[in-house]
Design a protein around this ligand. Structure first.
Ligand code: BT5
Length: 330
């Protein structure tokens, strides 16, 4: 741990109460003059710290920032978030995570930013970010799996997002195949899974998560305004970014544990099916240049939708965009 991180964690352990300079000095191993300088730096980062001559330092409030010392404080995860890198701005956290992973970045490493200038969706689409109002982060994963299991990583991320939103808002979102998280039928979050693979192994995966957290409706560009929403718009309550990120990493860590124990398939798929609620629905899917219409009769172990068309054919749909979902009659 860096000195700053140690000081913040000591102050947080005693939040609202004074800790003497002597104790901090002993635990961190720096002089009291050095502590004074660090405390000034922390104040400029937005920490509200009360400093008194004979009492020491007292943390009154922490800023809503996504630094490793904030995110990792009492995070309690096994793998996800064991390393966190924060940047005020990036083109894309997925691109950065991919680069870091190529250089050996470890399982569970998190890249997070206040703002993306070139956020990506699937198939080179644009993902809009809103400085300090939306969340953009990516997680490097190194599961020992074969490529065809990788769809389950997207599903796992969907479950983690679903559970995080539910835990923090008490509102159940819905999962729209393959990777959209909706509230009131509008997109509130998206997942982008990118892989580095060889023929029969996945070297690493990067899971990108974009969440419209405290974004106001009028900030969405016109082209997505009608189809998008934010957690704030759905609940009229602001959630601290760091609170959301910590819960998300804990959920992610839990479900990643499930994924690894099950060798990647059955349990994640079953949990996803329960939340996505798609089996039995009539759908219209645009998959590359094809349009497929019919009833979803199953989701196979590789995550593909099995669609029974009106012509009586069964088609497997691995990738695409769900255009419409029609509820079965009755
Ligand atoms: C996704 O793609 O939904 C994946 C989004 C992943 C974003 C994260 S942010 C962190 C990480 N770094 C990145 O560069 N990306 C990941 P897709 O299913 O292709 O949906 C993209 C479409 O969603 C766009 O074409 C828009 O129509 C719509 N869209 C774009 N920005 C949006 C937003 N902020 N909220 C709702 N919808 C949006």
């Amino acid at each position: 741990m860096m000195d700053n991180e140690k000081i913040i964690h000591i102050l947080k352990d005693h939040e609202g109460r004074f800790v003497s300079g002597e104790i901090i000095s002993r635990e961190v191993g720096i002089t009291r003059a050095a502590i004074w300088k660090r405390i000034s730096a922390l104040k400029s980062m937005g920490y509200v710290i009360d400093a008194r001559q004979n009492m020491g330092y007292r943390l009154m409030r922490s800023p809503d920032i996504l630094t490793p010392e904030e995110i990792q404080y009492r995070l309690g995860t096994k793998i996800v978030g064991s390393e966190v890198r924060y940047y005020p701005v990036l083109e894309s956290t997925n691109a950065e995570a991919f680069r870091v992973a190529t250089e050996g970045g470890k399982d569970g490493l998190v890249i997070v930013t206040d703002h993306q200038t070139g956020g990506k969706g699937r198939l080179n689409r644009t993902w809009f970010s809103f400085r300090r109002q939306s969340l953009s982060l990516s997680i490097v994963l190194r599961p020992k799996i074969v490529p065809y299991v990788a769809t389950m990583l997207t599903y796992m991320a969907g479950i983690a997002l679903y559970e995080t939103i539910y835990a923090l808002t008490a509102v159940k979102p819905s999962i729209k195949w393959p990777n959209d998280i909706l509230m009131s039928g509008k997109k509130v979050a998206g997942v982008l899974c990118e892989l580095n693979t060889e023929t029969d192994v996945v070297n690493f995966a990067v899971i990108g998560l974009g969440i419209n957290l405290n974004v106001r409706k009028n900030k969405f560009p016109a082209e997505i305004r009608d189809a998008s929403t934010s957690i704030y718009e759905e609940t009229k309550k602001r959630v601290k970014r760091v609170t959301f990120v910590k819960e998300l990493l804990r959920q992610f860590d839990y479900w990643y544990g499930v994924f690894l124990r099950d060798g990647g398939d059955s349990r994640i798929l079953a949990e996803w099916k329960e939340r996505a609620d798609i089996v039995g629905k009539d759908v219209k899917i645009r998959s590359f240049n094809e349009e497929i219409e019919g009833e979803v009769v199953d989701v196979d172990p590789n995550g593909a939708l099995v669609v029974q068309t009106k012509e009586g054919e069964k088609k497997r749909v691995i990738a695409g965009d769900l255009e419409t979902v029609v509820l079965p009659e009755g």
